[in-house]
Design a protein around this ligand. Structure first.
Ligand code: 5GP
Ligand code: ZN
Length: 136
């Protein structure tokens, strides 16, 4: 894809700090890390997000993340790892080329997860459950 930053990194047209590569996947340091050692895992073929990425390509990036997570843990002396994927701008996706974030986390790093809430009632829970199952 001509206008895609990650395609340019994959082609070598833009520089990156590459930490891993195989036939299908590349992984490099995020330019604006949450913490040092924050890695992006990217399929070499251009897909936009989880919706258009074939299951096999998603398997390739999660398999690479499985290799990278313990390496990032060890290298950064992290206490935990977040694996994340944003899909569509409403979720926070900025680069429209499928990618996983591998993010080292530390006990007292002060970062919060998303705010959560209980369901308002059983009807709300049942309603959304039925809608998801019907959509599968
Ligand atoms: P998203 O919000 O789309 O899930 O995450 C995109 C990530 O790509 C961001 O964390 C951002 O810092 C990173 N990023 C954006 N442009 C570049 C770039 O040119 N090089 C690298 N290495 N990372 C980038
Ligand atoms: Zn791309």
């Amino acid at each position: 894809m001509a206008d895609c930053i990650f395609c340019k990194i994959i082609d070598g047209g833009l520089p990156s700090y590459k930490v891993y590569e195989d036939g299908k996947v590349i992984a490099f340091l995020d330019i604006f890390p949450i913490h040092s050692g924050h890695v992006l895992v990217v399929p070499k073929k251009h897909f936009v997000d989880i919706f258009d990425t074939p299951a096999e390509e998603l398997q390739n990036i999660i398999a690479a993340a499985k290799k990278l997570a313990p390496a990032v843990m060890k290298a950064t002396k992290a206490d935990g790892i977040n694996i994340g994927m944003n899909n569509r701008p409403a979720s926070g996706q900025v680069v429209m080329h499928t990618h996983l974030h591998v993010i080292p986390r530390f006990k007292d790093d002060g970062l919060k997860t998303w705010p959560q809430r209980p369901y308002n009632n059983d009807a709300e829970k049942q309603h959304v459950l039925e809608r998801i199952k019907a959509a599968l």
